[in-house]
Design a protein around this ligand. Structure first.
Ligand code: UTP
Length: 292
């Protein structure tokens, strides 16, 4: 039977090394790099909360304690802001705090792959479906990618994966899905292939970093089988789960910025600056001049 239990919890794996951003990520986790004035990870937590998520599980690693601090009260700072009459800033900090008890932090002791990071959250998630959001992927969209996925999940139950169009000639660089019957708000997924050989791509819809998964995924991850790069891969586990359970695809039509890459991170900064009334006027002309 297809489960359609409520999705209350989200997993954010933040234990990666971030080697593509060295030396910037030597002491600062890549998830804490700022897009305009907010860390990457906060955009993703806000997307999760807007979709009705009640509890966020961070899977962290060494040097990531600052992420935990970011989602906690900073008494000294609050006091200083209060004494200086900086009420707007104080209010803003208070409004972004998750509810007490609505976050958990667990450690992935070794970076053995994304699948392994997700498995580290198994005890905190328990026997219920959960959302998985890759914090590298920042999704700019009015509705919020996960909110759109939740609408589809409420129709279909089972597992839901967000996908996005890419030029067909680039599809071989990604994990892509096969497209079956159209559903209300999505489609049936008939297959998933990680980096397909050129000419054998089942579609140009790539998996872009948002998932709703059933807890049976943990039983599969438990086997700790290594895949590409000798890492425990979430895609391998999803492929096995697809033999037993339904997977539906959600076509995301907003803008995705892969903030694990330099170009994605820079573009995200420009895109979010252009959305902000207080910044756009200050930088728009200069950006145009810079890029000619
Ligand atoms: P990446 O493939 O971007 O790896 O991980 P990375 O180590 O973070 O970055 P680079 O490639 O060295 O620059 C994708 C997502 O999976 C998480 C990362 O934190 C990121 O959110 N991840 C990856 C883990 O939590 N643990 C792992 O073992 C691997």
């Amino acid at each position: 039977m297809t489960s359609s239990k409520k999705v209350r919890k989200a997993v954010l794996p933040v234990a990666g090394l971030g080697t593509r951003f060295l030396p910037g990520t030597k002491a600062v986790p890549k998830e804490m790099l700022n897009i305009v004035d907010k860390p990457v990870v906060q955009y993703v937590v806000e997307e999760a909360m807007a979709a009705g998520i009640e509890h966020v599980v961070f899977v962290t690693g060494r040097n990531k304690a600052v992420i935990e601090d970011h989602f906690d009260i900073q008494y000294e700072l609050n006091d200083t802001l209060k004494n200086r009459g900086k009420n707007a800033e104080l209010e803003m900090l208070n409004s972004m705090l998750p509810k007490a008890g609505a976050t958990s932090f667990t450690r992935q002791q070794e970076p053995l792959g994304l699948g392994h990071a997700v498995w580290c959250a198994r005890d905190i998630i328990g026997d219920e479906p959960f959302a998985l959001l890759l914090p590298d992927m920042v999704m700019q969209d009015k509705q919020g990618c996960l909110s759109g996925m939740m609408d589809l999940y409420n129709n279909t139950g089972g597992n839901v994966i967000s996908v996005e169009e890419v030029a067909m000639e680039d599809a071989h660089k990604y994990g892509v899905v096969g497209v079956g019957e159209e559903l209300d708000g999505g489609f049936e997924i008939t297959g998933m292939v990680e980096k397909p050989a050129r000419g054998s791509e089942p579609s140009n819809l790539f998996i872009n970093g948002r998932y709703i998964l059933q807890p049976e995924i943990f039983d599969i991850l438990e086997t700790q089988e290594r895949g590409a790069g000798n890492e425990i891969q979430i895609t391998d586990a999803m492929l096995k789960l697809a033999d037993q359970q339904k997977f539906s695809g959600y076509r995301f039509e907003g803008n995705t910025y892969d903030c694990g890459t330099k170009q994605g991170f820079i573009l995200a900064n420009v895109a979010y600056a252009m959305e902000r009334d207080d910044i756009r006027g200050l930088v728009e002309d200069d950006i145009k001049k810079l890029v000619g």
